[in-house]
Each structure stands twice: as C-alpha cells, then as structure tokens.
Write a protein that binds this ligand. Sequence first.
Ligand code: PLP
Length: 449
Amino acid sequence: SAADPAAGAAVKAADRAHVFHSWSAQGLIDPLPIAGAEGSYFWDYDGNRYLDFSSQLVNTNIGHQHPKVVAAIQEQAAKLCTIAPGFAVDVRSEAARLVAERTPGDLDKIFFTNGGAEAVENAVRMARLHTGRAKVLSAYRSYHGATATAINLTGDPRRWPSDTASAGVIHFWGPFLYRSAFHAETEEQECERALAHLEQTIAFEGPQSIAAIILETVPGTAGIMVPPAGYLAGVREICDRHGIVFILDEVMAGFGRTGHWFAADHFGVTPDLLTFAKGVNSGYVPLGGVAISAEIAATFDQRPYPGGLTYSGHPLACASAVATMNAMAEEGIVENAADIGERVIGPALREIADRHPSVGEVRGLGVFWALDLVKNKETREPLVPYNASGAANAPMAEFAAACKRGGLWPFVNMNRTHVVPACTVTEAEAKEGLAALDEALTAADAHTV
Ligand code: PLP
C-alpha cells in the first residue's frame, strides 16, 4: 500500500498521548506505527517493509493475516461473538478436541485462558490443589509470564521488580552446556549433573512440600537451550518418584515452532500439565490454556475447580484456534517448520557462525534458533553484560538497527538474537532474512576483542 507518513505520525502521536506500554520507561520509547501485515512481512506508514524474524514475540506461527483464520473470525463474529464459559458451544468444544488430539499422552481436558501467564497461574493452582503441597520449582533462565505467580516463577531479571519471594517458588539451574552451571564439558555430563542438582534441591527443600516442577520444554526467551537427551525423561522420573506434578510450559515452543506440534514430542515425554498460548491461534484473538492429565482432571470431578475467567474459551478465540489448527494440518505448516529449520536455517546459521567472530554459539530446532553473541569466542564473554541497559547495551542496539536498515525485524534479548520466523516461512524468505542477518552481524563483529 502507498506510504502515508502523516497518517503514521497521527497514530504515533495518539499512542504517545494515551497508550501505556509493557516493560518500558514511557518517556524513552519510540514505537513504530504499523500500517499492515501479511504472511512473513509487516510494513510501516513510510513505505518500509520488514521481514518478520521475530513472529511478534514468537507468536504468529501461521504468519500474518492467514485468510482461513481471518475468515473464521469473521464468520464467528457474525454468528456468536461471546457466551459465558458455563455453556457448551460448538467452537469451544471443537477447539478443545483439536488441542487434546495434539497434546501428548492423556492430556485430554483443556482449560482455556486468555494467554500464557494465566495458563501458568492455573496450572500451578491445579498442581497445588491436586497435591496439597505449596512449593513450586522453576529454572533460572526461564520466562513464564508477568502475573503474580508466573513472574515469581520466571528466572530472568523481569522477575526482580515484582518478586514477592513468598510465593513458595524455588529456582534451580537447568542444563545449558555452552554456559554450564556445572562445569560440564559434554552434553552427557551436563544432563547427569543437572539432574543430580535438581535431586539435591528437592532433597533440601523437602520432597513432601513440593507441588510442582515447571519447565519450558525448550526455554525460549532465555536463549532457546534445547535440553540434552535424557534430561526431561530424568525430570519426569524424579517427579514420579516424589509425587511431584510435572508442568511443561509450551506457550512459546508449542504449536509447530520446533517442527513438531509440541516440543515434548521431540523427547517422548508427557507432563501432567501442559500450558499453551501464542501458536494455538497465532494470537489473532487472545487465547491460552492448560492441557490436563486424566489423573489431575479427576481431582476436580466431584470437587469444584476454584478458578475461572469471564473470557475462558471465548468463541472468537476458539474459532480462530480451530481454523489455525486445521490450516496448519491441511497446509503442512508444522512439516514446513521442520524442513526449513533443518535444511535451510540451521546450516546457514552454522556457516554464518564460522565467519563471524561475534557468534559464539548457534542452537535450536525447527524455526526456533538462537545466536549467542560474544566479545570473544574463546572466553565466551557475552557481547553485552547480563541485563545490560543504556550504553552497556549499545552493541546489541547497533546490531538491531543494522537488521532494520536491511529490511529485517529481529528478535533481540540481552546478548542474543533469535531467528524465529513464522512456521509458514518459505525457503526464499528464510534466505532473504539470513542474508540481512549476515550483513547486520558485521555491526556486532566490530565489538569483538
Ligand atoms: N510462558 C512462556 C514460555 C512464554 O514465552 C510466555 C510469553 O512469552 C509466557 C509464558 C507468558 O505468556 P503471555 O505473555 O501470553 O501471558
């Protein structure tokens, strides 16, 4: 569409006057006004088009404005916009059936929420009521959402300002060989030592006091650390031995992102509760949920579940989820994510890493990849300090600006850039984005020593 800078300026002026933004110092932000989006691209009012390698907070797995999903929302809006959660309604029933069909094992009951944080809140509530225990263990280097329990569970600096430290949350270290907390040199050692560390944490906290362990199947925002073979199966075994509920958070990793419907499918592990959001309908209408095992669901057969939301299973959200899951199946979108990831993105990123002194490690799977940027490949010192802001963060800000100049919208967190395009990304689009990334990394290389 034609550029219209005046319209963009008006959008931005109203934003700055009235919109209070997430995670931001309101006086220091400069949000880009967006005019439209389609597939793997979005564009502004000045005539700039960006290839979206962030998928909007790793959300639009099916790409922007998928016609089947847009049509489903329009049809549902004309039919029934809303209905209270207590009724049975066709699109909610069908969305639950389709999610249950895809989740591993006996996770066959679905509690719908409006997003990921609420899914985590409710999963933890279910685990506490099911076990009669209070504590929950979660990993450092994790993100679980910004509501009260979810932010306490989070293992990154976003927790610090909201940490009540009284919510019964205990943090431990998960496996991450490149920056090992256990001085491990192989994935086998990392796995073994991370499991031993978890066992010790449980022993010293008291297994009888622990309701749940929550892990992202593949930690996302914290750095896309694919767990070593055997780790998640080891956690499953520890949970079983101590009667602890195992929660896998698949809000970011689920619905095709890793090249399977769920990341848990890569590891053959079934949790007791699985949280989802984002990719279930690519965020076209807010939706999340908890998939619940038969055993935990049975706890609430005769005893009321003490939780609910006005918008639980909202018809517009469920209609868009049904259309999304059906379109993903019909169009082979999960298979595309696996294929592009293995055949195009992974090999290209490894080749890029070989040529750029700033790329310390490449890791990932499907359309879920991270580049760990460093000052020096030998020392592995991060390109910017942990939780850098202001001037300290300049190298990453320069890198991001270089991407945008090249028509690429990057995902950047601390010293990392994540390559997380839509699961629908074509080979040509992936190559276009990788070329822009390659070019922009010279800005990061300039800060290596
Ligand atoms: N859990 C994980 C793994 C996430 O990545 C996120 C969001 O990025 C959340 C939970 C929170 O989801 P929401 O922002 O929808 O509340």
